[in-house]
Design a protein around this ligand. Sequence first.
Ligand SMILES: Cc1cc2nc3c(=O)[nH]c(=O)nc-3n(C[C@H](O)[C@H](O)[C@H](O)COP(=O)(O)OP(=O)(O)OC[C@H]3O[C@@H](n4cnc5c(N)ncnc54)[C@H](O)[C@@H]3O)c2cc1C
Length: 286
Amino acid sequence: MAEQERRSFMIPFNFDYRRVHTIEEAVGLFRQFQLYSKKPLYFGGGTEIITLARLNQLYTEAVIDINGIPECNSFMIRDGKFYLGSCISLTQAVYQDSFLLLSQTANEIADHTARNKISLGGNICSNIRFKEAILPFLVTNSNVIIANEREIKQTSIKDAFDEEYQLPLGTLLVQLVVDEAYLHAPFYAKKIRTIGTVGYPVLTINAVKINGRLKIAVSGISLLPIQSEAIDDRLNNRQLSYTDRIKEVIEGWPKPIIDDIQGSADYKKFLLEKTLLEIFQKLEVD
Ligand SMILES: Cc1cc2nc3c(=O)[nH]c(=O)nc-3n(C[C@H](O)[C@H](O)[C@H](O)COP(=O)(O)OP(=O)(O)OC[C@H]3O[C@@H](n4cnc5c(N)ncnc54)[C@H](O)[C@@H]3O)c2cc1C
């Protein structure tokens, strides 16, 4: 075996590994490691950290394993809200039957073996641009519970993350909180790949209809996931035909539709048109 190939199986640097059991311990330790310039990372499923570290595309001197924190493993409906801990695996997300939009979306991410490891929070906080598991939460205006050194707070998912869907450095994603009304709303979920049944999407789309309003969230066609009230307004302009609404949505798309290895921009526009029509047929036609 070539030396270089053998080396790619190993993480080429040493790092501290600490498993914590409370939120306070996690955020406190993060700060402490930061003070010592150890470039700490929270460790959920660890698949991305391990893969990128082996490839020398990620460097850290300390990981904080958050899987022992009870709040990060919760799964409960309370006072009309569904709480999902950030450490639940995508497999658990698939097999829960309260939030079927999440179940169907998670079922298309990676393969069964990888889903056993990948955490919901890890996918959402990932540096890999697709972040497909964020779509069901964006389209349902969900909240998140996040923690840092100063506070633990609940806020809307859009306010918690920056434009690139990253949390501020050191912030821990603890839980996702979905309003029960959305759990019963009619929905549509689809993932389209160039080839095969496993792999990154050309386009993944989630849609819901809530209080007569259609909402969509899309991954794959732009650099990062897209959910925008302006797009939803165009989608819901009932003075226009379905075809004209779709045209307006695509013309007003807030970020560039990109060419990449998954497909050309024109192909992605074509798929977006086609799936939006399917969404109208499924959720708008009475
Ligand atoms: C075989 C395979 C196939 C894949 N296919 C797809 C796919 O089809 N679609 C797709 O969208 N993705 C896909 N991915 C990407 C995968 O979903 C992400 O890499 C995800 O980050 C892995 O989750 P994890 O729990 O292992 O993350 P980790 O490796 O634990 O962490 C990833 C990043 O998130 C941070 N993080 C983790 N948890 C938290 C938290 N609670 N709070 C704050 N920060 C946190 C970590 O510090 C790190 O920066 C695939 C990955 C693999 C290995």
